[in-house]
Write a protein that binds this ligand. Structure first.
Ligand code: MN
Length: 130
């Protein structure tokens, strides 16, 4: 309990990388491959944190964040969202924050940064910390 992370991401390589990295620390990864599925998964399952890719095949990550924040499921107003942006220098980061994300990280994904950012919101399960 308390360690479920939803990752909304269409790229299978990133999904596998993050899945392995987070499972190694004892988290449970819940996967969603599109923005629409990501929003519905956030509403149907109790997740403790959301990792959100911005470039998705249907609605983009900004719209996903806005829909999650506007959800009638009240816990989604404050569930942490970490945006994963490909174009940090082009204003993606600022737009992600404006859409309701708490923090952002840039691609390519750095595993140590990922662990640190996730742990800032959701401590790793006991016995799995380095
Ligand atoms: Mn993508």
């Amino acid at each position: 309990m308390g360690h479920h992370i939803l990752y909304i991401e269409d790229n299978p390589d990133n999904m596998m990388l993050v899945k392995r990295a987070l499972e190694a620390r004892g988290y449970v990864l819940v996967e969603a491959l599109t923005g629409i599925v990501g929003v519905s998964t956030a509403e149907e399952k109790d997740v403790d944190l959301i990792l959100l890719d911005i470039n998705l095949p249907d609605i983009d990550g900004y719209e996903v964040a806005r829909r999650i924040r506007a959800s009638s499921k009240h816990t989604l107003a404050y569930t942490p969202i970490i945006a994963i942006t490909a174009n940090a220098l082009k204003g993606d980061a600022e737009k992600a924050l404006a859409a309701g994300c708490d923090v952002y990280m840039s691609k390519p994904i750095n595993i140590r940064e990922l662990w640190a950012r996730v742990e800032a919101f959701v401590p790793a399960p006991e016995g799995k910390k380095i």
